[in-house]
Design a protein around this ligand. Structure first.
Ligand code: ADP
Ligand code: MG
Length: 421
């Protein structure tokens, strides 16, 4: 197939029913179908899956999709089966399959029915799987959530480090597509190095979220009262409040309830029924506020979250960006308010003290960036985007959506822990 002959829009419509590509999708897809190693950096929700799904459906052979979470793989396989008349179009290969199921998967691949095979890196390492995959036509390998390869990422998985050598065993010249929402230059470097694709065509979308307002306030002993005031001023709007510990989540949710705010707690210590119920309440607007640990949010797609408050500062800029990114998905206002005290930084440092030295060093470096963000007097948007290797111009989109820009000179210092009102 030559590029000129293919009408990508027709394919997009046929398989997914969409009339337009999102962002850089079209360019990415062209790179993939011309068999080039390709590296895609796009924020969450940017539409990365389609970048490999459409080429997989269009090209000869089976694409191997590496993904770290069974739940993510299952979701995608279900969605693909929904748009196809053949269930075998997509499969997951993992250790929970029965012998008969594995036979079916292999049969579908051999019979050229399967266009996408999702595997966890552990399963891909298995000798018998490598042996089998050597015998069939592989169109390309996509490594989703590729930041898992890097110790500098927020979700390091050592098995991701072996992917390059495994793909080499499966076949020669199999193109590799790496995809991630992690924009830090260090992580990107690691990905390209580990996947052996310094030659990759790189596509990087902007991480600017112009509709988000960034603000940092000093954290005092009155932080609960500050939060209650903020929530009351934003009556009727949906918001998430992140706390570090489960205990704090419970306490703050209660304080809010006592003060007439319809809030629910969410953390991994709640029994699963209650957790699911609280998540649904939030999604269905049966409550205004969810007070949560970082266990809340993965895959939550509520478009009209109007504020994200950090009662406790997160452990990296990366996490902060991901967590605040849940605000304003619909393009409407999203207020990102972090309460900061240097004491919390010390607490986080202390948590790390039991960990291996290398991990501590990385953790410390990431935390220092958080301190710099909290204490900066320049545009916070500029700071975040710079951290992601992106230059943000003074008059860029959303430039005024920032406390430092709107109220210059107001500076939060580690030394000024207690601010008199
Ligand atoms: P990411 O992996 O980058 O976080 P996803 O692949 O999960 O993003 O896609 C996010 C959403 O965007 C999905 O609901 C998907 O259906 C939608 N989407 C992707 N591409 C398009 C498109 N071209 N037109 C409309 N919606 C799209
Ligand atoms: Mg994704």
């Amino acid at each position: 197939m030559s590029l000129v002959e293919i009408d990508l829009y027709k394919e997009l419509k046929k398989h997914f029913g969409f009339g337009q590509f999102k962002g850089l999708q079209e360019e990415v897809i062209k790179s993939i179908i011309s068999n080039k190693n390709t590296f895609v950096v796009m924020p969450t929700g940017g539409g990365k899956s389609l970048c490999y799904q459409l080429p997989a459906l269009m090209t000869e052979g089976t694409a191997i999709i590496v993904s770290p979470l069974i739940a993510l793989m299952k979701n995608q396989v279900d969605a693909l089966r929904g748009i196809s008349s053949q269930d075998g179009i997509a499969h997951v290969l993992n250790s929970s399959l029965t012998k008969a199921e594995i036979r079916q998967v292999k049969e579908d691949i051999t019979n050229k029915v399967t266009k996408l095979l999702y595997v966890a890196p552990e399963s891909l390492t298995k000798e018998e799987n490598v042996e089998f995959l050597r015998t069939v036509k592989i169109s390309f390998m996509a490594v989703d959530e590729a930041h898992c390869i890097s110790e500098w990422g927020h979700d390091f998985r050592p098995e991701y480090r072996n992917l390059k050598s495994i793909i080499g065993k499966i076949g020669d010249n199999i193109p590799i597509i790496g995809l991630t929402a992690t924009a830090t230059p260090k992580v990107q470097e690691d990905i390209l190095k580990n996947l052996g694709m310094s030659d990759a065509k790189t596509f990087k979308a902007s991480f600017n979220r112009p509709n988000l307002y960034y603000e940092v306030r000093p954290k005092t002993k009155n932080v609960d009262a500050d939060i209650i005031r903020f929530v009351k001023q934003n009556d009727g709007k949906s918001g998430i409040i992140y706390c570090l510990s489960r205990k704090r989540v419970e306490e703050l949710a209660q304080v809010l309830q006592v003060n007439g705010v319809n809030a629910v707690p969410y953390h991994a210590g709640l029994d699963p029924k209650k957790r699911a119920k609280h998540q649904d309440m939030f999604l269905m607007e049966d409550c205004e506020v969810v007070v949560a640990t970082i266990a809340f949010g993965m895959g939550i797609d509520k478009p009209d979250v109007r504020f994200v408050i950090h009662h406790d500062i997160p452990k990296s800029i990366e996490s902060y960006y991901q967590e605040t990114g849940r605000a304003g998905r619909d393009g409407g206002e999203g207020h990102c308010l972090a309460f900061y005290s240097y004491k919390d930084i010390e607490k986080l440092e202390k948590f790390m003290s039991g960990k291996p030295v290398a991990e501590q060093e990385i953790g410390h470096a990431l935390l220092q960036e958080v301190v710099a963000y909290a204490e900066t007097s320049i545009s916070r948007r500029k700071f975040i985007l710079h951290y992601f290797g992106e230059e943000f111009p003074d008059d860029g989109e959303g430039a005024e959506m920032d406390d430092n820009v709107r109220f210059p000179k107001k500076k939060v210092e580690a030394q000024d822990q207690v601010v008199k009102l």
